[in-house]
Design a protein around this ligand. Sequence first.
Ligand SMILES: C[S@@+](CC[C@H](N)C(=O)[O-])C[C@H]1O[C@@H](n2cnc3c(N)ncnc32)[C@H](O)[C@@H]1O
Length: 306
Amino acid sequence: MSDTSTLHQALIDKIKQMGFIRTPSVEAAFRAVPRHLFLPNVTVKKAYQDDAIVTKWLENGQPISSSSQPTLMAIMLEQLDLKVGDRILEIGAGTGYNAALMAHIVGKAGEVIALDIDKDIVENARENLELAGFQQVKVICTDGGFGYPNAAPYDRIILTVGAWDIIPAWQEQLKANGRLLLPLTIKENVEVTVAFDLADGYLVSTSINPCGFMKLRGAFAKPQVDKQVNQKNISRLKKLLKTALIFPTSILPFEMQIQLYILQKFGRRSLNNLRIRAYPQDTNYTPTANESVIVKHWTRLILDWT
Ligand SMILES: C[S@@+](CC[C@H](N)C(=O)[O-])C[C@H]1O[C@@H](n2cnc3c(N)ncnc32)[C@H](O)[C@@H]1O
């Protein structure tokens, strides 16, 4: 085995040992698709560390594109539960690495369409995919907030960029038995990847995992945050966890921020058995004593523990 191949397989071994790769098709994809081909500007050694790698910044230094952390990619691919022949829409093509993994799983009978909002990112993703032998993946430059109606409906829609609400177009472009997987900010600083299945007029979560993602840009980017509200939330959280007072809450690891939130709000310590249902925002829903409602712009999220 070459040095590159040894580093590649060692990373996959590690992710598997940690329990984040669980199914043979996800493992086979990670073992077959070399990450370094999607990261031509970093060393091979760096490409095979379990880290997110930023590939584009704004002039002010804000990162806007990356290859996500491989462990998080594995968690999300397991949440997605892909089958051979599935048709997939990915919003956030980035380097193209995740699109290639998905193309490996769905095979030639399936289809992967990956969208990115920046032309240069799309061009690079196409080059990377071609080099890695996945020229069948279609990479399209468009605002993924609108989904991609031209090729809908999809078995799976995955966002690899953080959303603050569920845009109706994503739900509308799913097949009846489809699944939408997205990093969703449920409250300020509280972000989780949620796999949602379609139910009767609403979406219901099948799995939830803590995460931290770059945020969606374009027409559906989150409007400016109200600083006062933000400050109020942070001081509430600080009061709750006095031991964390030496750190500003915003730099606590995201798992801890989520735990703080659910501890404060629900008296629970983990995401285990948390269920999120997403109804259209104008739904007249009366929550029970065990349910909590978060009203977004397009959706009304109902949280409870099953
Ligand atoms: C974390 S990166 C995606 C990583 C990628 N899946 C990979 O495997 O390398 C997030 C990407 O989402 C893209 N993005 C942000 N807003 C978008 C939008 N409205 N539509 C499409 N892509 C968007 C960014 O340009 C960025 O490339």
